[in-house]
Design a protein around this ligand. Sequence first.
Ligand code: ADP
Ligand code: MG
Length: 340
Amino acid sequence: AEPVQRRTIQELPDELISQIAAGEVVERPASVVRELVDNALDAGARQVTVKLMAGGVRQILVEDDGCGIPVPELPLALKRHATSKIRSLDDLEHVGTMGFRGEALAAIASVSDMSVASRTPHDAHAHRLDARSGELTPAARAVGTSVEARELFFNTPARRKFLKSDATELAHCLEAVRRHALARPEVGFAVWHEGKLVEQLRPGTPAQRLQDVLGDEFVRTSREVDLQIGPMRVHGRAGLPDAARSRADWQYCYVNGRYVRDKLISHGVRSAYEDVLHGSRQPTYVLFIEIDPERVDVNVHPTKIEVRFRDSREVHQAVRKAVEATLARSRAGAEAAPLM
Ligand code: ADP
Ligand code: MG
């Protein structure tokens, strides 16, 4: 065999480290939207506006009316592993914010042309920091923050090639906003694409938001779930067996307000339907699991879409029982209903 042409070990340049790390967090425009909306919500925003060009590839602009970032901290906000959300391991174990890794802005800045404009209630005007040039300039906006990312993956062509059509990327961006919106009905959301308003969700009650995001059909064909079991509460809505779909597209699950995809939870739901759903038919549900933060580890995946439970059996059972109770009630209700 050929002798290996070994090269010396060297530390990677900072820029490359960021680009490698960004690969884990930023897969496509929707990942940027997800991270920026997370930040807006963590900042206490009441209204979040997302403006996209070319499915988000050309431009993603997320504007909020949250607390803003003080000027001296603006450069820090763009640094890797810099966050205002945790200070210690103990904070990490009780984390109540969507973010805490201090990675998103640095990651986005390393794969796009990014700028942040922000104003706190104490500032006379806003300031904009351009990530590439480091230039800080006065800007005009109300209290809150705007983050703009242009030309996603312009400097990582291999990544850019994996992007799908603008329509597909836009659909993913919209889905990212809807996932947030379902969990935060008190916050208004608007999405613009190419200068046209494509989604508007006004602040309202949880029921209103469910209706606005998933529509009449979901509301009509689902029933309320609400069960407290020990330290956990499972609430939301689960679809009647007849409403099951061929695709798993109406399945939303949240742990302490964070959207997650979790096999254990989906299996728990599925098992509640075991006698009434056959084959590959997919139940519909929007479920919120509230659990003591100490009983769940959210720091297992860079995008935090996966979590780890201290006691997974407890979670599986709670989800199953909560949905079972709903299905049993709806059956009893159907039997008790007068015959037409
Ligand atoms: P993380 O959210 O994990 O802290 P980010 O890189 O997403 O990391 O953001 C870094 C920091 O910048 C945040 O901790 C926060 O202090 C600040 N920040 C980012 N976006 C906003 C925003 N929209 N409003 C206010 N502060 C923000
Ligand atoms: Mg963040």
